[in-house]
Design a protein. Structure first.
Length: 80
C-alpha cells in the first residue's frame, strides 16, 4: 500500500484544484480529502464587512485642507 501524502494547492479560477505528484501512478484510484489550510480565512466577507474594514473617513477641516494641498502639489507636478 502506498503511503498517504499531503499536497497543498491553490483553488484556481472556476473553483478548480489541480493535484499532481510523480508518485501517483496513472489510472490508480485514490481517495481525496479536501479541507481549508490551517489558519486560512476562507470565508467570504459581506459588502458591509468590507466597508467596515476601511479606515474612518472623517477628517477635521484642517486635515481636509492638508489633503487638498497634497493633491494640488501632485497635480502641479504633472505640468512640469
Amino acid at each position: 500500500m502506498a503511503r498517504p501524502m499531503r499536497i497543498r494547492t491553490t483553488v484556481l479560477p472556476g473553483h478548480r484544484i489541480e493535484v499532481g505528484d510523480p508518485e501517483l501512478p496513472e489510472g490508480e484510484i485514490v481517495d481525496l480529502t479536501i479541507e481549508p489550510a490551517a489558519g486560512a480565512e476562507n470565508r467570504r466577507l459581506s459588502v458591509w464587512e468590507i466597508l467596515q474594514s476601511f479606515p474612518d473617513p472623517h477628517h477635521t477641516p484642517e486635515e481636509w485642507d492638508e489633503i487638498e494641498r497634497q493633491f494640488q502639489k501632485e497635480r502641479n507636478s504633472w505640468d512640469r
